[in-house]
Design a protein around this ligand. Sequence first.
Ligand code: IFM
Length: 454
Amino acid sequence: MHFRDGFLWGAATASYQIEGAVNEDGRAPSIWDTFSHTPGKVLHGDTGDIACGHYHRLEEDLDLMADLGLQAYRFSVAWPRIQPDGSGAVNQRGLDFYRRLVDGLRERSIEPMLTLYHWDLPQALEDTGGWTNRETSERFADYAGIVYEALSASVGFWITLNEPWVAAWLGHGYGLHAPGHRESGKALAATHHLLLGHGLAMRAMRETGRDNQLGVTMNLHPALPGRDRDADREAARCVDGQANRLYLDPVFRGSYPEDLISFYENRGVNPPPVRDGDLETISIPVDFLGVNYYFRHTVRDAPDQEPSQEPFSDLAVRGIVPHAAEKTAMGWPVDPEGLTQMLVRIKEEYGDPPIYVTENGRAVHDYVDPEGGVDDEERISYLDAHFRAAHAAMERGVDLRGYMVWSLLDNFEWAEGYSKRFGLVYVDYPTGKRIPKASAGWYAGVIRDNGLET
Ligand code: IFM
């Protein structure tokens, strides 16, 4: 089973999840430093203070990528390293770190794919309202302009935001992520300001006239009714509205999904604070869409459900995990067909954009065996099935151009701390030692062959 020539195989990470060195070289706190240091927010009280120590092990990690044969590496820039106050003065030492990273990738012929925002908002901006404040969108565009100016000659792929649904809803609607707010209205405001920030950043980067690929990454999940009932079908439509269309529609069609906005308005929740011209800015054409795919939502109508920290509870919907499904260590159902469906849907309903899978992978209860290896068979079979699902979408005409496995390294899995391992490479946290898992060797073979055995 062959992938097209030039298909880009890589792996992904994010700044707060791997770097550590949170107080070094001028970096100031982000909302995740504050959140993770707040008792009760992250499992076992884990924080990103040290994480994988990537900031200090840069060369070693670059060599690991080269050993794996990666053709691309997706990473994110920590805004509080670049602008510790979230605005104004630029911290050159922060930029220097990413310059070393990008140069190290280029020396190893690995294509850098840079994400500007993977959730580590400078705390100073949160103190003035964070993403619920419109000004944050403008600050984000300034920051994008700074990083673009510094690195656009060496980085070909630029992603404005990672998973705006997660930043908006887990961070502002359900309180499971930083900054920990729990109001649907705040999540809608954050959604709008994140998307506006994306559009303003797109404009700032485009205006330089440089010829790079610019896009945005969304986490997308097909939504399926749990039972053969109209009420569950309606629940699935609502979840699809919040999880998928609330992001795809404004970027690709220049509008918000009316059914979802009226659902909230009917319950007294303010709609996204749109001003004249915002949707034109948000829908500035992207060169590609980044898709992060993990699982499908299966949902039931739950009319008596009170809004809680449970995602979609404010939609009076409950998510279920089908009994028969294989589950990952996150408890997420394994569903490769959902990837094919989502990719084909984007092609059919959103104008057939070029797509990169910018994240896909699974958590496994990995351990080091007595021989010193990590035999993560479940990860191999998960990736194998999802690569085939991606290939099936390409056979149906989807313009899929590359695939980034989540993740290069085991890392800080947000509210789950270090308890969940997604890496191709095992990290022994007490020592920082890296041990490539069986999946790393297997993936190197896939990259070498640009395909899978049938
Ligand atoms: O670890 C996260 C990543 O930061 C964003 N996408 C999903 C991954 C697994 O939960």
